[in-house]
Design a protein around this ligand. Structure first.
Ligand code: UDX
Ligand code: UDX
Ligand code: ADP
Length: 461
């Protein structure tokens, strides 16, 4: 008989931990869920009465938090207490790419995971099931287990891998209606305890159980395949621009082959987000560490193609603007890595901006959900120029019309639906002529824009 879970603790109140645990709390009113974080400001924001101030923007999230918060969903900085009281502990802390030492720029930095493991070991006075939720390199569970068993108080720890497949912007629907739930582990009872939680709302046939390593590797592989599809269609987009083919037509034609499938074939200025690049770099690092050079090189190309696409887009802007953007105002519509999120990690916009700023462009950014503070932090993190210079060259405004006023060109970096509803006639009148639009998301209607008098470029046409 598996143990019935009554209390869950989740360490890490970020883009994964926050939405995932909110949905578990909503779907399982009989389970108390406490999300803890070292970042007190973040926890305060999750507890804010004004739901507009939640630290993560996701359609449908605030309604769930409103329903479950302080009923069976709690946000706290008291990590020890939440660990002590929980039967099951999810680890959902960040695992960024290492920026120092061995594996710098490739391997995942597991220091936050290790800190969690040591804290759990130190606090736990009874048996716990520990669940890896963050994406981790294969065989991390072994390291976790070793720390827990060697530093703990003689209690039993069972480790499960339960990677999260939600995509940002659609997190809540992905969680409520997942394609599958994956649970890897060695102990039947521990696996069954987690299966029972998901079975409150997910069909049993969609809950897969595997060994630990298959589960860990499946997560990296899923993200690698998804990113590869984007790089593959982006590679074809470059060829389309040279030959007169249209990448949307090509995507539609190949996508109707059921072996290929139609989803995830949208050419773009390049993929971003916290997962794709990090997970592929991880896969490359692991493959190299096992001496699998060809495997490593194969996946590395997905990243190369993505970098190429971002540069190619920026280069095209420069070339079209008569080979110089120095002192020219370029309006950026969108900064988030995709629509319907305020997350900007690895967003293509950051790198396109960096490239144009190297050419002394002046950039004005409008994004419906991203704060000015975040945008400047993203630019400062590049270490390409001083933060004073970033603030001198980049302005962040509150309306799209302010962004485009007097601009030489508009670059669309995020596919926010609202951009389609703007008064493009009015925008054009206030721009420098010829008025250029560079659509990195193939969002707008070419005919409509050309009829208004824009010079319109879209990826892959
Ligand atoms: C991804 C995976 O989809 C998800 O399963 C995993 O759990 C985390 O990583 P996420 O990064 O949140 O999710 O968003 P996703 O929708 O996958 O988009 C990633 C990037 O690829 C975005 O920048 C998006 O704009 C881009 N993309 C996606 C394209 O350019 N074209 C596409 O067809 C699809
Ligand atoms: C292929 C295309 O499928 C078809 O649409 C096109 O018109 C011609 O090229 P074909 O080469 O006849 O058809 O066979 P296919 O079933 O695609 O297999 C090609 C090779 O891939 C075979 O050697 C097959 O064994 C191998 N393969 C296919 C795998 O190794 N694994 C797979 O999952 C699928
Ligand atoms: P993800 O997209 O994986 O959810 P985030 O960066 O959004 O990543 O969230 C991870 C959260 O984990 C952050 O809020 C961070 O403060 C928190 N965190 C990292 N290490 C610890 C730790 N040792 N204890 C508690 N919280 C932690």
């Amino acid at each position: 008989m598996s143990k019935t879970i009554k209390k869950i603790c989740c360490i890490g109140a970020g883009y994964v931990g926050g939405p995932t645990m909110s949905v578990i709390a909503k779907q399982c009113p009989h389970i108390d869920v406490t999300i803890v974080d070292v970042n007190a400001a973040r926890i305060n924001a999750w507890n804010d009465k004004n739901l507009e101030n939640l630290p993560v923007y996701e359609p449908g999230l605030s309604e769930i938090v409103e329903e479950a918060r302080n009923r069976n969903l709690f946000f706290s900085t008291d990590i020890d207490r939440a660990i002590d009281e929980a039967d099951m502990i999810f680890i959902s802390v960040n695992t960024p790419t290492k920026n120092y030492g061995k594996g710098k720029g490739l391997a995942a930095d597991l220091k936050y995971i290790e800190l969690c493991a040591r804290q759990i070991a130190a606090v736990a006075k009874n048996n716990k099931i520990v669940v890896e939720k963050s994406t981790l390199p294969v065989r991390t569970a072994a390291a976790l287990k070793s720390i827990l068993d060697n530093t703990g108080n003689g209690v039993d720890f069972h480790i499960l891998s339960n990677p999260e497949f939600l995509a940002e912007g659609t997190a809540i629907t992905d969680l409520i209606n997942p394609d599958r739930v994956l649970i890897g582990g060695e102990n039947e009872n521990a696996i069954a305890a987690l299966v029972d939680i998901y079975a409150n709302w997910v069909e049993r046939s969609k809950i897969l159980t595997t060994n630990l390593w298959s589960s860990e590797l499946s997560k990296l592989t899923a993200n690698a395949f998804l990113a590869q599809r984007v790089s593959s269609i982006n590679a074809i987009s470059a060829l389309c621009e040279k030959t007169g083919a249209n990448v949307d037509e090509v995507a539609k034609a190949i996508g109707m082959d059921t072996r290929i499938g139609s989803k995830f074939l949208k050419a773009s200025v390049g993929f971003g987000g916290s997962c794709f690049q990090k997970d592929i770099l991880n896969l490359v690092y692991i493959a190299r560490s096992y001496g699998l050079t060809e495997v490593a090189d194969y996946w590395d190309q997905v990243i190369h193609m993505n970098d190429y696409q971002k540069h190619r887009f920026a280069d095209h802007i420069i070339q079209t603007l008569y080979n110089t953007v120095s002192g020219k105002k370029i309006a950026f519509l969108g900064w988030a890595f995709k629509k319907d999120t305020n997350d900007t990690r690895e967003s293509a916009a950051i790198y396109v901006a960096d490239y144009l700023l190297n050419e002394q462009a002046e950039i004005t950014v409008y994004d419906p959900k991203v704060s000015a503070e975040r945008i400047y932090a993203d630019l400062d993190d590049l270490n390409s120029r001083s933060s004073d210079e970033n603030r001198r060259l980049v302005k962040i405004v509150n309306t799209p019309y302010d962004a485009c006023d007097d601009a030489h060109a508009i670059a669309i970096l995020t596919e926010w639906d609202v951009f389609k509803t703007y008064d493009w006639q009015k925008i054009k009148e206030k721009m420098k002529k010829p008025a250029f639009v560079f659509d990195g998301r193939k969002l707008l209607n070419r005919k409509e824009l050309e009829d208004i008098g824009f010079k319109y470029y879209a990826i892959g046409e």
